[in-house]
Design a protein around this ligand. Structure first.
Ligand code: B12
Length: 460
């Protein structure tokens, strides 16, 4: 007789289909947290990460070089051009499947015993075709296995996901809340261990050890965000702001350093610096005290308002390498309308502290949100010039309209695309809510201005 503990669970991070995708320290953190809880309950778990940049399936591909990695855990995914979905046929850009070649994924699946439960995660809403293709591949090899889909797309567009992806079950929200019933239904057992959802230090560390090789590990020292910016889904996805014990976060870094030799960490917090006196500052002091000699990357926007002299100095000393701040716009009206998370004066001060701490202009990346409903090209241009004048580096981030956010209704009204009916139109590459004023030509000019600074660009 099959005992409970012989039941197998397969966890899957699907392919991405998109015009562009770059591995900015991307890992399926939520899925790996679910894996670790299941393992703690005695279930054997396996991982198929179709995006794993260090997977053996990428070695020696005929006619193709291995995707280039940067030191520190970022880099290219392997990309294979595929036909654009019909609704995107007029977009004059190549579309691709990012991640392992299909033959490597199938080979990986054939090697493992048939799972009793397959948990598939999902990222951006407009990546769903990659989710559907991945589920198709799993079904081909394991036709009898129940496939359950969760994650960001499943949470933001559950009805769409139920119709389109071919999953047996689509479960929105935090997976921890579904594990008990999934275990009972598909694994024939109750869970002996379930962490308290309000204690971020309760779950075991995410199961990164399932990767044969790792060049970085993402950490989340907090959940949610104290701000309610109108364009952001963080508060819908994560609820109220909760934080980990800063010393426990350093314990986790030390764990991965010892176990896997990892020296690069990325932060997935929406508000890493919020309340920095109680959290980020003691965390960085602890990193220094233990002389960890690791490097930290913040691909998600950090809060500028929190950067004072002490925080900036500690960031520099403790190994913060990649800095990205959520500035979004220099328009005071829009700053206030979208949530008031930072002012221009606070931004100037923050850059001053960071420069004094030793960061160069190029190292201080400032995200500017572009293509918001009603936003003009001149507003973006003014924001770029403001950041250059502060002595930092503007990085243009195209606005992706997200269901369940406060700005959603306005985004739906302002977009020429059916963003509500078709998540593919939520793709930031399309600048789906762009104002007529932000023509493709002006957009190219603005990108050049952001890239090259004011050098060589005629004044307007
Ligand atoms: C970290 C992060 C990134 C990382 C990469 C993440 C990754 N793995 O790919 C980076 C920095 C690269 C990134 C980039 C972008 N991001 Co981002 N990102 C996030 C962030 C902050 C956290 C995601 C996360 O890891 N959460 C932590 C883990 C624990 O949660 P989780 O994985 O979702 O898992 C939980 C549940 O979903 C569920 N679950 C997960 N899998 C499964 C499976 C099953 C079966 C079940 C039952 C449950 C389940 O349970 C888990 C545990 O509770 C979210 C905001 C947020 N608060 O969620 C935005 C977010 C997802 N990003 C967003 C955006 C807009 C972007 C960008 C487009 C920004 C830009 N304009 O450039 C880019 C696009 C990237 C690209 N083209 O390559 C939007 C979503 C947009 C959309 N339309 O879907 C979000 C929601 C932020 C926002 N503004 O509201 N992002």
């Amino acid at each position: 007789m099959v005992t409970v503990m012989e039941k197998q669970v397969l966890l899957v991070n699907p392919w991405i289909h998109d015009f562009a995708a770059y591995d900015f320290w991307a890992k399926p953190l939520g899925l790996l947290t679910l894996a670790s809880i299941l393992r703690e309950n005695g279930f054997p778990v396996r991982l198929l990460d179709c995006l794993d940049p260090l997977h053996r399936g990428l070695d020696g591909l005929p006619g193709r070089g291995k995707p280039k990695r940067k030191e520190g855990g970022a880099g290219h995914f392997l990309r294979e051009p595929i036909p654009r979905p019909a609704v995107l046929r007029d977009v004059p850009r190549t579309y691709g499947r990012y991640g392992l070649p299909p033959e490597a994924v199938r080979e990986e699946l054939r090697k493992i015993p048939p799972p009793d439960l397959v948990l598939v995660t999902s990222g951006m809403t407009y990546w769903y075709p990659g989710v559907a293709e991945t589920i198709g591949a799993v079904r081909e090899i394991f036709p009898a296995a129940p496939v359950v889909l969760g994650g960001n797309y499943a949470t933001l567009c559950p009805e769409h996901a139920r119709i389109i992806t071919g999953a047996d079950r689509v479960l929105p929200g935090k997976g921890e809340g579904h594990l008990e019933s999934l275990a009972r239904e598909f694994l024939g057992s109750d869970l002996a261990f379930l962490p308290d959802p309000d204690d971020l230090d309760g779950p075991p560390y995410p199961a990164f050890d399932l990767y044969p090789a790792l060049d970085q590990v993402p950490l989340r020292t907090s959940r949610g965000c104290p701000f309610r910016c109108t364009y952001c889904a963080a508060s819908f996805l994560d609820g109220r702001f909760l934080a980990r014990d800063p010393v426990a976060a350093v314990d986790e870094m030390e764990h991965w350093k010892k176990l896997k030799g990892v020296r690069h960490f990325s932060f997935y917090d929406d508000a890493l610096l919020a309340g920095s006196r109680e959290r980020a500052v003691p965390m960085m002091e602890e990193i220094l005290r233990r002389n960890l000699e690791c490097f930290f990357h913040c691909p998600n926007g950090l809060h500028l308002r929190e950067v004072d002299e002490k925080t900036a100095g500690l960031m520099r000393k403790s190994g913060f390498r990649t800095l990205r701040f959520g500035f979004e716009t220099s328009s005071v009206r829009r700053q206030l309308e979208t949530g008031g998370k930072v002012t221009n004066d606070e931004t100037r001060d923050a850059v001053r502290h960071l420069r004094r701490a030793g960061y160069g202009e190029e190292e201080i990346g400032m995200y500017l949100l572009c293509g918001l409903p009603g936003q003009t090209a001149d507003e973006i241009r003014a924001s770029i010039l403001f950041i250059l004048e502060c002595g930092a580096r503007p990085i243009l981030a195209e606005y992706s309209p997200i269901p369940r956010t406060a700005l959603w209704e306005e985004a739906v009204r302002s977009s020429p695309f059916d963003i509500a009916g078709e998540p593919l139109f939520q793709n930031n590459t399309l600048l789906p809510c762009r104002n007529g004023d932000l023509s493709p030509e002006r957009w190219r000019e603005l990108k050049a201005l952001a890239r090259n600074g004011s050098r060589g660009i005629p004044p307007r």
